[in-house]
Design a protein around this ligand. Structure first.
Ligand code: MN
Length: 214
């Protein structure tokens, strides 16, 4: 808290400490079974209600510890709490976007003319983009994500995330993401990540991609 004495008679109190808000688990923008047959109801229930919920709780737990440490109420192991915070907070944000960039198979109308143009400028065309993004998703080592990013100049690139963490400078805004952790597909596809990723293109919500791009 800062107290400014503007004049001997007027004192303005400014509360400058505004910490990050606790996260809440967003509801899915569709029913659990809406993405079938590409992703089953069972996977969506577990993925949203258990995994995503755990990331939200983990992020809030870490925020709580940081808050208490700032006030001197507890001592924390910063390495542990920072990893926890990064893993869970990014995990929560990634899942939030992941749900939004998908929609039922029969509602997929493909990328708009505008989106096709943007992908052409950045990748040479929709097919080239899909090939690159698919290649990124299939080659994530272990658990992680493929991401279409936008930088501050609006330039696009495809990248990978290890687990949920980006261990480097970024400054990029995610546009389209796919979760390739085993919990995202194993019940439906076993170890066949390739079929999962190939089928996943049928449920991409291109309207949302266009929204993220602009
Ligand atoms: Mn996940």
């Amino acid at each position: 808290m800062l107290i400014y004495a503007i004049s001997p008679t007027i004192v303005v109190v400014v509360n400058t400490y505004k910490h990050m808000k606790q996260l809440t688990l967003p509801s899915l923008p569709y029913e659990y079974q809406a993405l079938e047959p590409v992703i089953s109801q069972k996977i969506m229930e577990l993925h949203h209600d258990k995994h995503h919920a755990a990331y939200v709780a983990g992020a809030n737990g870490a925020l709580d510890k940081l808050e208490k440490a700032r006030k001197g109420e507890i001592e924390i192991n910063y390495r542990e709490v920072m990893r926890d915070f990064s893993f869970n907070y990014n995990g929560a944000l990634l899942h939030d976007l992941f749900w939004r960039v998908m929609k039922p198979v029969n509602q997929n109308i493909g990328p708009s003319k505008k989106t096709r143009e943007v992908l052409k400028v950045n990748f040479g065309g929709v097919e080239a983009f899909v090939a690159e993004f698919t290649g990124a998703a299939l080659s994530v080592e272990g658990s992680g994500w493929a991401v279409l990013w936008k930088n501050k100049d609006g330039e696009l690139s495809v990248g990978q995330l290890e687990k949920h963490n980006l261990l480097g400078l970024n400054g990029m805004e995610p546009v389209l993401v796919i979760d390739v952790w085993e919990h995202a597909y194993y019940l439906d596809y076993l170890n066949d990540r390739k079929s999962y990723v190939q089928n996943w293109w049928q449920i991409v919500n291109w309207d949302e991609v266009e929204k993220q791009l602009s």
